[in-house]
Design a protein. Structure first.
Length: 256
């Protein structure tokens, strides 16, 4: 990949400027604005479901722990009868969800507020009820934490990658120039899918072709068009590049 970087650097233009000098602090980059969250949610939904299922299995494993078993079987006179957690890992997970939902929908009347408790005995019983529900509730929340955590970290990674691209454009940190190949569209890949960007094929100095990525809002340039290449860092263990059309009025937008 270092050879590729060396080849791309040949395209650097010494006497031309395309917004590659350090831009004013108020320059607003037109490209690589963070996409709407709903787009990322739609793209990552299927993987979030997988993360939920993994969390569901983990929940079943945690539900088999002695402390959780003891909490589930605790006898509390004021509350609905406890249900023992038993069976396979998936059965334990399913029964944990059912049990938590049952307790949530059958809260004893004296436990709805402290004022409804008639005496200290009922207050102690209510405390035991809420403690048990809290213990089981954290276990039941594991699948949702897995799915939500996956979406959060995946989306945050996309946002940071887009912010990195915007900073490099605004600071003029281009690697050099390349020529759009014919045809310009490259085969869809996991990087393009993950970040919602369009892969294109560009040709560098010695005739070699590399893949670069366009921002979602950027039109696909025609074959033979010049693009400025920027180093996008390593993604999936490989060095990646993104492309911006070679024109000052397209690369940056002056204004507040």
């Amino acid at each position: 990949m270092s050879e590729t970087l060396k080849n791309i650097s040949v395209f650097s233009v010494q006497n031309e400027t395309i917004g590659m000098t350090k831009a004013p602090s108020k320059v607003q980059v037109r490209y690589f604005r963070p996409p709407p969250f709903k787009e990322g949610l739609r793209r990552f939904a299927s993987l979030a479901i997988l993360a939920y299922f993994i969390g569901f299995v983990v929940m079943g494993v945690v539900a088999s722990f002695g402390a959780i078993q003891k909490s589930a079987a605790r006898q509390i006179p004021i509350s609905p009868a406890p249900t023992a957690l038993e069976g396979s890992t998936l059965q334990l997970a399913q029964r944990t969800h059912v049990l938590v939902w049952h307790y949530l929908t059958h809260v004893p009347d004296p436990c709805l507020s402290d004022a409804r408790a008639k005496n200290d005995f009922q207050r102690d019983q209510c405390k035991s009820f809420w403690d048990r529900l809290q213990d089981l509730g954290w276990v039941a929340a594991i699948p949702f934490l897995f799915a939500g955590g996956f979406i959060f970290f995946a989306w945050d990674g996309v946002r940071q990658r887009f912010q990195s691209a915007r900073k490099k454009i605004s600071k003029g940190k281009a690697t050099g120039l390349a020529i759009v190949a014919d045809p310009p569209e490259a085969a869809p890949d996991r990087v393009g899918w993950w970040y919602g960007v369009q892969p294109i094929t560009v040709q560098v100095a010695d005739g070699k072709q590399v893949i670069a990525y366009l921002a979602p809002e950027a039109p696909i340039p025609p074959p033979g068009e010049k693009v400025a290449l920027y180093d996008w860092g390593k993604i999936g263990g490989q060095q990646r590049f993104f492309a911006v059309l070679y024109a000052p009025h397209v690369a940056v937008l002056q204004g507040g």
